[in-house]
Design a protein around this ligand. Structure first.
Ligand code: CA
Length: 222
């Protein structure tokens, strides 16, 4: 899971980033609103932690901008700010923010809120995001690389689905074959390599996330 952390105060940025990484999140750090908006041109995080008082662009403006844009409106945003009064809280939620945390905050609470918001979204969407580049819709059997729809064969899609069932987990060729054919077809191990090679090619830049673990099998690594 990728969390974009937009925070200009270096101490808070480091602290939050450290704890998110410890909780196994992949963290992208930004100290300026503009850098963050540029990043969004190529990648999509799973959640955004957004400070309101940034040196260049107002965090409220960023939030409004993203929630109005169909490409980004489905990314949860947690606002992180020193502004604690009720008016700001209401405004934050009205412009589409999913949660609001005021500084100083407990890091444990912040992590808990991140997890809660992500869970809420996972139940709403069928997308799986790989490294912010590949998006897999498990219900519609659709795969997008940087928003461009990719055509996979049924076998390629199934292999991707198997690997995604446990991100980071290594699947042996035998295991993938078993999941694919449930023992119906006798296919040699090497066939898997051929499908994976083709799958990687079709995923373009996203292909790098399918990693070969020598002598063992394949895994998704972000
Ligand atoms: Ca700030």
């Amino acid at each position: 899971m990728i969390i974009a952390l937009v925070e200009d105060e270096k101490d808070i940025l480091n602290l939050v980033s450290y704890h998110l990484k410890k909780s196994n999140f992949n963290v992208k750090e930004f100290q300026k609103g503009e850098d963050f908006l540029n990043y969004l041109k190529n990648e999509k995080p799973d959640l955004i932690l957004l400070d309101l008082m940034l040196p260049d662009i107002d965090g409220f403006e960023i939030c409004k901008l993203l929630k109005r844009d169909d490409n980004f409106s489905n990314i949860p945003i947690i606002i992180l700010t020193a502004k604690g009064d009720e008016v700001d809280k209401i405004l934050g939620l009205e412009i589409g923010a999913d949660d609001y945390i005021t500084k100083p905050f407990s890091i444990k609470e912040l992590i808990a809120r991140v997890k809660t918001v992500l869970r809420r979204y996972e139940n709403k969407t069928s997308y799986i995001n790989i490294g912010g580049i590949v998006k897999v819709d498990l219900n519609k059997y659709e795969v997008y690389v940087k928003e461009e729809k990719i055509n996979l064969t049924t076998t390629e899609f199934k292999i991707l689905q198997i690997l995604l069932s446990k991100k980071g987990w290594v699947f042996s060729r035998e295991k993938i074959l078993e999941e694919l054919w449930h023992g119906e077809k006798a296919v040699i191990d090497r066939t898997i390599d051929v499908h994976i090679k083709s799958l990687r090619g079709k995923l373009k830049e996203g292909g790098k996330f399918i990693v070969n673990v020598r002598g063992v099998g394949y895994k998704i690594q972000e």
